[in-house]
Every structure is written in C-alpha cells, then in structure tokens.
Design a protein around this ligand. Structure first.
Ligand code: RB5
Length: 156
C-alpha cells in the first residue's frame, strides 16, 4: 500500500520509526516531513498528506503530532479525508470497519511508540465493512460545507 506520512516537531523521531516499520512491512511510504525538530505548524503537514489520499497517489495517510488531535482536525478539513485519532484497539478497528477512515492520527507525547506501531498495523489490516456504513460514510461528504469532489475510490 502507498502511504503518505507526516508529523510536526513533536513527533519527528516517531515518524522515522513509523516509516521504517511500514517499509519493513512492504508498504511504499511518501515521507512529507518535517525532517528536523524545528517548530512547525501541523496543518502545513496534515493538509498535503490528506490531499495525497483524496487525490492520489496515496491510499492512506498517517499523521503524528503531540496529541494527534491537531493533525486530525486539520486533515478532516480536506474534503474526502476521513481522519481518526487511534488511541486503542477499538478506535483503530472501528474507524476502519464503520467509518472507512483513510487517515490515521497518533499522539507521540501521549502514546508509546510500540503502541503506535501496533495500532497502525491493526488499522491497516482492518477492512471497511461497507453495507449500511457505506451510506453513512457517503453522507459525511454531503454535510453542508463539505464537498469531496471526485473520489479516487468511486465505484470501488
Ligand atoms: C505542538 O506543541 C502541539 O501542539 C502539536 O504537536 C499537537 O499536539 C497539536 O494538536
């Protein structure tokens, strides 16, 4: 799977570890930065990663910051992005099964790295259930003010 990856200054080393783990598992990783710990603004990294999922070439994105919350908020401003903070097994699994989440967010200041890596693997391995959930997910894009534009996975 091709995965866009980004962080902010709070999670640079964790991002590198995530990239290594994903590549070792056979994924193609587009690391969108940052590459040092100088202070940056997380929306500047969330937006390109989310756009890479909605418009291509990535199938999923992984975002890290101190809490995961800011990256998640910023990513969800990109129409068609469905970002979720994954903080335990149920949130990782259900964000895929019911919400077809395409962006995973983690808080490097709140979650130990091994737990981030474990939850990310669970999230990547969990399929979308479809069915009634597809109707609900489609309605996310229909929320007034939201416009997904062309979906990469339309018809899939
Ligand atoms: C940066 O200090 C911090 O605010 C950021 O990493 C993130 O936690 C925001 O949600």
């Amino acid at each position: 799977m091709r995965i866009a990856l980004a962080a902010d200054h709070a999670a640079v080393s964790e991002k590198a570890a995530v990239a290594e783990d994903l590549r070792a598992a056979g994924h193609e990783v587009d690391d969108l930065g940052p590459f040092d710990e100088r202070s940056v603004d997380y929306p500047d990294y969330a937006a390109p990663a989310a756009r890479a999922v909605v418009a291509g070439p990535a199938e999923r994105a992984v975002l890290l910051c101190g809490t995961g919350i800011g990256q998640c908020m910023a990513a969800n401003k990109v129409p068609g992005a469905r970002a979720a903070v994954l903080w335990n097994d149920a949130s990782a699994e259900m964000s895929r099964r019911h919400n077809d989440a395409n962006v995973a967010c983690f808080g490097a200041r709140l979650q130990p790295l091994p737990e981030i890596l474990r939850l990310l693997r669970l999230w990547l391995d969990t399929p979308f259930d479809g069915g009634r959930h597809a109707r609900r997910v489609a309605k996310i894009d229909g929320v007034p003010g939201a416009s997904a534009g062309p979906r990469r996975d339309a018809g899939a």
